[in-house]
Design a protein around this ligand. Sequence first.
Ligand code: NAD
Length: 329
Amino acid sequence: MKIAFFSSKSYDKTFFSRYNTFQELRFFESPLTLESIDLVNGYDGVCVFVNDQLNAEVIEQLAVRHVKIIALRCAGFNNVDLQAAKAHGIAVVRVPAYSPHAVAEHAVALIMTLNRKTHKAYNRVREGNFSLERLTGFDLYGKTVGVVGTGKIGEAFAFIMKGFGCKVLAYDLYTNPVLVSAGIQFVELDELFAQSDIISLHCPLTPQTNRLINSESLEKMKPNTMLINTSRGGLIDTKAVINALKNGKLGYLGIDVYEQEADLFFNDFSESIIQDDMLMRLMSFPNVLITAHQGFFTEEALTQIAQVTLQNLVDFEQGQLNETTTLVN
Ligand code: NAD
């Protein structure tokens, strides 16, 4: 099959080319939008990432151009109108699990950096400033960590935090028996908000979880709480979070995802004037750490993403779509 990749970067080309044997792949840097839709002419399928917007209009145009499959090279699928794909008979496949450890460990990296301020220490020492003033952190040992969403990533994260000697509280629509048997307590969301020193979000973005962190939920948290989001930007009402940072309700914010990230993330704007005032305000806080959606970015995860996506395409060609990776068949 001929597959057009959108929003592709050098690392996509490297990993997909390394493992590809069957497909004809073409890598476009452009995101998939109505403006770039003509690039799909002559292709059987598209391979897209987290910020390509596959809304009903785009999907209709894919159908007009005889595209038969949308292969997501990611786990989340909140950017795809699945009903529209089904209505047009376009299959949708994804990579449901690629190293959950990669994202869980990145959440821990955000916690460790915010807490022990290693980013500031690195710069200070390089400039010959060996002062410890204002670098005070806290022991993770004995602190209460709330995990919202205990699927593959949330589970891996909960175990790491347990290893630090934290008390781990969990909330999910479904209790995770592996975590329960490890002694992790499932509580109501309000209790998790009220008791946690650190809250880490690991649930998908759905209509139910949209802006789960808002002024009301922030009000329920302890003063000086650390909030970590490596899941999807839409889980957080950014304006409310800025207010909570200003009034000290939130003591720290670590995010790998941002509601308006599609306009910025994965691209270099270092010589441009960034127009997103909310993001710039966030960056002005000394207790905020932002990374540009790199939670997944490990050798192991990139290998799995490429291998599973290519297998999904082979399975589709052979009429044997895998149930666990297929969203629409
Ligand atoms: P998963 O499907 O294994 O787990 C998600 C969990 O969230 C499930 O247990 C589900 O029951 C729970 N959930 C669903 N709705 C909920 C709600 N309303 N309240 C509480 N819990 C709810 O998914 P995963 O592999 O653990 O991934 C979690 C999320 O991480 C993905 O949806 C994606 O948005 C994000 N992600 C981010 C990156 C990154 O690079 N930063 C990479 C991969 C995934």
